[in-house]
Design a protein around this ligand. Structure first.
Ligand SMILES: *Cc1c(COP(=O)(O)O)cnc(C)c1O
Length: 491
């Protein structure tokens, strides 16, 4: 297409004349163009969000359709900034999943609070390199506040160190690097200097229902997934602390125990108090995967499910799930700042560093070097909600899950598989085939969106409620859509 000199076309939209006028280097046009591109993006975003309650929840265009619109090679000629936005809107039409819809219940995907979205726009406009406080002192302060508030909201030790990372996956990597540092230093091994060669093997005790990101973190850290020894769960799907006690007593290798708050299918919460009793007496490191379940601690009604979590050595959690900030944002929290920094601190004599008692240099805490100021969205969400709003958000989502569980239990042909303890509901229909067909019917139907899973070897459907927009009416509408899908598929 570039040979003919026309900009790439997308269905329903032709490039307006003059769109080629502003090319890189055309500074006379660029200021007006900047304003118009940013306005266009803001208007489109506002229109998108204003309509989010009623637009079809799933994508309506297929991947093939979407790919067909963007198949050309990189054009020779550029186009103006606002033309890029126009084209992007047209090219993605029908392919955006309304994950912010109050009736999106797939995976564990939060919505995004308006305060956090707006703060995210500012984050891009400011474009600070948030690795050092020298490259953005205000951001270092805002991220420090977000970090402090998250510890307060989740009732974790005030002196813990907090890295603001891209999500729970990298939070695991960060926390487990600190754990690796700690357990090997205790055996006199300098893992940062020597690597794992010559180190005593580390063993990892984790529930059979651990999240896959834990395994990947162990792979990246050279501990290896085979280091995992699986601890079985009880009938309530909670790690069996009695088995853990036996295993800890049977071996004196350096040990990391990984407990979980919020299992992805069922929301099951491990008994952290009993687990912490065991790890404390055995001298093992306790890491908690609390991607979403750790947020139960923000609610007086649900806090008991995460009792004892403050006793852990490290915690990985997400902001882009229950805190409802846009992707991507998570927290790696460590009760031992020296181990955290020992594992993560970055060198580099050319770096202008803050004095140790002033300023927060994120590069010493995160796996990133240059980085987006992704903590600004978390700050905005926490400031917007306050303690009360956060508690209300958690409680409302849990109520929505309970309403689903109760409503679906009363429908013919639906089986609620596990008791609803938090914000996840797991259901199954007549058989595997019906379950898959109903999930598909819902996903293309547009009213709501749920994801599939395998539970105890059989197909199941998961419902996750972590969106600030979801109301009881949305739950009722979704139950009605499920009832219709059950009838359709049966017919
Ligand atoms: C979502 C999730 C993760 C991974 O989080 P990301 O933010 O996607 O990296 C890890 N553990 C649990 C329990 C989760 O729900």
């Amino acid at each position: 297409m570039s040979e003919t000199g026309t900009a790439p076309t997308v269905p329903g939209r032709q490039p307006a004349p003059g769109h080629r006028a502003a090319v890189v280097g055309d500074l006379t046009d660029s200021e007006a163009e900047m304003t118009s591109a940013l306005r266009r993006a803001a208007e489109e975003s506002i229109a998108y969000l204003a309509d989010i309650r009623e637009r079809p929840v799933g994508a309506t265009a297929s991947y093939e359709d979407l790919a067909g619109r963007l198949a050309e090679a990189l054009p020779d000629a550029g186009i103006s900034a606002s033309a890029v936005i126009d084209e992007l809107i047209a090219t993605t039409d029908g392919g955006i999943v309304a994950s912010g819809s109050p009736r999106y219940f797939g995976f564990v995907i939060g919505g995004a609070l308006p305060a956090a979205i707006a703060a995210d726009w500012m984050t891009s406009a400011w474009d600070q390199n948030a690795g050092l406080s020298a490259t953005g002192p205000a951001i270092a302060v805002v991220e420090a506040a977000a970090a402090r508030w998250v510890l307060q909201a989740l009732e974790l030790p005030a002196e813990a160190s907090v890295a603001i990372v891209s999500g729970c996956q990298m939070a695991h990597v960060t926390c487990l690097a600190a754990a690796r540092h700690h357990v090997l230093a205790a055996r006199g091994h300098d893992v940062e200097g020597l690597g794992l060669g010559g180190a005593p093997p580390i063993r990892v005790l984790a529930s059979e229902l651990s999240h896959v990101t834990l395994t990947r973190a162990l792979r990246l850290l050279g501990i290896g997934e085979n280091a995992i020894e699986v601890i079985p769960v009880d009938r309530a799907l909670r790690m069996r602390a009695d088995v853990l006690v036996d295993r800890l007593g049977s071996d004196d290798r350096p040990t990391i125990v990984c407990a979980q708050l919020g299992e992805i299918n069922t929301g099951a919460m491990d008994p952290i108090d009993a687990i912490a009793d065991a790890t404390e007496s055995a001298g093992a490191w306790l890491h908690v995967d609390g991607a979403f379940g750790l947020w139960a601690r923000a609610s007086r009604r649900h806090r008991h499910l995460a009792a004892g979590a403050e006793r852990a050595d490290s915690w990985a959690t997400d902001a882009h799930k229950w805190l409802n900030v846009p992707y991507d944002c998570g927290f790696a929290v460590c009760a031992h700042p020296d181990d955290h920094r020992g594992a993560m601190a970055a060198g580099g004599a050319y770096l202008q560093r803050s004095s140790p008692d002033r300023g927060r240099d994120a590069i010493d805490l995160t796996p990133d070097f240059s980085r987006r100021a992704r903590g600004v969205t978390a700050y905005a969400a926490l400031r917007h909600l306050g303690r009360e709003g956060l508690e209300a958000l958690v409680d409302r989502c849990c109520e929505a899950a309970q309403r689903f569980a109760a409503g679906l239990a009363g429908l013919g042909g639906v089986q609620v598989l596990e008791p609803c303890v938090l914000n996840q509901v797991l259901v199954r229909f007549e058989d595997d085939e019906q379950t898959r067909r109903i999930i598909h019917a819902l996903q293309v139907g547009g009213e709501c969106w749920m994801s599939g899973t395998t539970w105890e070897g059989r197909a199941a459907m998961r419902i996750s409620t972590v969106n600030w927009r979801t109301t009881a009416a949305d739950v009722d509408r979704s139950i009605a859509a499920i009832a219709t899908a059950v009838q359709q598929v049966a017919a």
